[in-house]
Structures are given as C-alpha cells and as structure tokens.
Design a protein around this ligand. Structure first.
Ligand code: FAD
Ligand code: EPU
Length: 337
C-alpha cells in the first residue's frame, strides 16, 4: 500500500518532523519489485529507509520512501573455522549482533548497540571500538533499481573504507540492499585494542574474557557517552574524524600540544573531531533546540523541535569554526536529505 504525505518523525532518530510525499513498507523482494514496477513512480525519486539513524531531513521528501522490512537470519554455511550467517536487510542490527553472540558466532561483538538495520550496515561500513563490518563481511545481495535484478557484491566489490563504500559513491541510489552475509569465527579473536574495553571489563569484574563480556563492556561504554535517540534526537557522530598529513599534524601539535590523533597505516594521522569541536567551544552549546551534545562534541542533537535545517546550519557553523581555528575541513558523516 502506498500512503501519501506520510510523517517520518518517528522513522528518523533525529526526530525531525518531515513528511514523505509517498511512503510504503516492503517485507519481501517481490513487494519491492512490484513497487518499482508501478508506472506512476518510474520517474519519482526514491529513498530507501532502514532505521533512520544516519539521516537528516532538511526538507520534506518529495518522492517515494521505501522502508525496507526484509527479515530473517540464517546460518547458510559452515566451514572448519567459520560460520556464514545471512541476515535480511530489515533485521535490527543490534538484535542480529545479539543473535550471533548467543550462538557463539564471533566477530561482531565490538559493534554491539549500533542503531539501525542490517541493510544499512555496509553503506558506511559501520565501525566502533576498533572494529568495522568489513572485517567480517562476506557478501551482500542487492536489487538493482533500474533493471530489478539481484546482484551479489563481495567484500572487494563494496570498496569499503572508513565510513565509506561504493554505495555512497559510484553506485549511490542505484541499489536496494536486500541481505548481508557475514563470515564469523568459530574461535574468537578478541579485539580489545580500544583501551576503554579492557578498563570497563575490569570494572565489571570480568575474570575470563569472552565475546559476551566484550559486548557487555561495549554496551556500557556506549550508554555512558552517546545520547539515546529515544530520549534525545541524534544520529551518532555527525562528522567523520578527519585524516591529515603527518606534516600538518606535527605543526598542529606544536601549536596545540593536547590535540588527539591516531597514526594510520598510510602515514597520515586521523584527528579526533570531537576534540577539535570541543576546543572551539561548541560542546554543550545550543542554538534554539539544535545542540552539540554535552558529553560528546561529535554528536549533534535535537532537544525537541529543531528543524533539519537548523541542525544543518549548526553543523555549518561548527565546520566553519574548526576550519578557522585549525585549518582542517570536517566532512559530514550523516546523509543529508
Ligand atoms: P538509515 O539511516 O535508514 O539509512 C542510512 C543510509 O543508508 C541512507 O542513505 C539510506 O537511504 C541508505 N540505506 C538504508 N538501508 C538501505 C538498504 N537496505 N539498501 C540501500 N540503501 C539503504 N555508526 C557507526 O558506524 N558507528 C557507530 O558507533 C555509530 N553509533 C551511533 C550511535 C547513535 C546514538 C546513532 C543514532 C547512530 C550511530 N551510528 C553509528 C550511525 C548509524 O547507526 C549507522 O550509520 C547505521 O548503519 C544506520 O542504519 P539505518 O538502518 O538507521 O540507516
Ligand atoms: N573527544 C574530545 N571531546 C569530545 C569527544 C571526543 O576531546 O567531546 C576526544 C577524546 O580525546 C577521545 C577522542 O576524542 O579520546 C575519541 O573519542 P571517542 O572514543 O568517543 O570516539 P570518536 O572518535 O568521537 C568514533 C566514531 C564513533 C564510534 C567511536 C568508538 C567516528 C566519526 N565516530 O567516535 O562512531 O562509536 O569512535 O569507536 O569515527 C558514528 O559513526 O556515528 C559513531 C558514533
């Protein structure tokens, strides 16, 4: 069923009061194909919606929103050391991670509690606490919007990078991801590179490390600093952490000795954008109902009635002052609609 002038307020974690000119939910690939075949929508722009946790609506969407509700989790193959687990795009990411943890399929535990759906996880190669999905991604299936055929993309095809994939670049708006298959470990390889995880496990009195304990620690760290969208509207980190040359990093370090940066394999340095924004005095600031979160300056928030444009304007002001103070360009991570 296609609905008209449909409110998206409850379908985006920023809680922006925007509408879709047309809206439909699809729970099967056939339903998606039928929708795409409707003559009246051939030339209408389309937006595929998952959990709405990485979007900012700056205006009403003058097209067709297709909410992807494809469900199902299946162990499709087992090898000596691996489980291959396939999940429908509409499965909730954290529930899928919990399913894997309950079954001792290891690899996704560091990515616990990331909002959103499985289908969006490859879009920006979601990552947290020293892990990214590309580390355990096997393949995905996606429906080509123009010719309505299913294509399979393996890890290399997806061109994953830091908060990047081919679906955000060359193939933007061309495919609807229908399922994702992960290659998970029978023998876990605990990833506690991110220091806070060990500290948190220690505080929780964990004696023996396992994927359950890592997941619990990650959930607890996340809850302590990231605002819960059910309480305060937000879409996680609004900006990416910028990559700069080591020369620029060293000159910034001379001027700002406490600057936070991480060495990358390519010789560049990734700067903590949260630090840059905090130093510019933005942490905890509000303009109307749009704000910079008080515990995490990388997260922009909607305290109630902010419009998407107000959040966007605030993001521009933040970018301008980081550029002016440090000469560094911030790039938005959130998809602006
Ligand atoms: P949506 O917001 O619905 O969509 C995002 C983009 O993907 C849109 O362009 C949409 O059109 C497209 N899309 C969605 N589904 C499909 C599909 N099936 N086929 C094709 N295109 C599709 N992200 C991280 O990487 N790490 C974090 O630690 C993290 N923490 C967060 C914390 C909070 C509190 C919040 C609110 C967000 C956080 N995020 C984080 C961002 C967000 O959770 C992820 O980007 C998530 O993958 C978005 O999923 P979604 O289903 O909500 O996508
Ligand atoms: N920092 C500050 N002030 C702040 C926030 C951060 O100084 O207000 C500094 C601190 O020094 C801190 C450092 O920045 O040590 C890094 O902060 P944090 O560990 O909170 O991580 P982040 O770089 O702000 C990134 C991801 C998050 C992910 C966490 C944990 C990006 C854009 N963001 O945030 O992902 O959960 O690391 O791995 O890479 C998201 O993408 O939406 C997201 C939340």
């Amino acid at each position: 069923m296609i609905q008209k002038n449909y409110s998206l307020k409850k379908l985006n974690t920023f809680g922006i009061d925007a509408t879709a000119r047309y809206f439909t939910e699809c729970s099967s690939i056939d339903q998606i194909k039928e929708t795409l075949s409707l003559q009246s929508f051939t030339n209408t722009q389309k937006l595929i919606l998952g959990g709405g946790s990485n979007l900012l609506f700056t205006k009403n969407f003058d097209g067709l929103v297709i909410k992807n509700n494809l469900k199902g989790i299946e162990l499709v193959k087992e090898e000596k050391d691996f489980y291959f687990v396939k999940a429908g795009a509409g499965e909730i990411w954290h529930q899928f991670v919990m399913h894997c943890i309950d079954n001792n399929y290891a690899g996704l535990e560091n990515l616990s509690l990331i909002p959103g759906n499985v289908g969006a996880s490859p879009m920006q190669n979601i990552g947290a606490y020293g892990a990214e999905i590309k580390d355990h991604f096997f393949e995905l299936e996606a429906l080509h919007i123009a010719d309505k055929t299913i294509h399979t993309f393996n890890n290399a095809d997806c061109k994953f990078g830091y908060r990047e994939s081919v679906f955000k670049r060359d193939l933007k708006n061309q495919y609807i991801i229908t399922s994702v298959t992960f290659k998970l470990l029978k023998h876990p390889n605990f990833n506690t590179r991110y220091g806070a995880i060990e500290k948190e496990m220690e505080a929780q009195g964990v004696k023996e490390i396992n994927i359950q304990a890592i997941s619990k620690a990650v959930c607890s760290i996340r809850s302590s600093k990231l605002p819960n969208p059910a309480e305060i509207g937000n879409a996680g980190s609004f900006f990416k952490n910028p990559e700069v040359t080591s020369e620029l990093y060293n000159s910034l370090k001379n001027k700002f000795p406490t600057i936070v940066g991480y060495d990358l394999e390519n010789g560049n340095v990734k700067l903590a954008a949260g630090w840059l924004i905090e130093q510019c005095g933005w942490k905890g600031k509000t303009i109307g109902d749009a704000g910079v979160h008080k515990l995490q300056a990388l997260v922009l928030v909607n305290y109630g009635k902010a419009t998407g444009l107000e959040i966007f304007d605030l993001s521009q002001k933040v970018m301008d002052s980081v550029k002016e103070t440090f000469g560094v360009d911030l790039e938005r991570e959130v998809n602006i609609i």
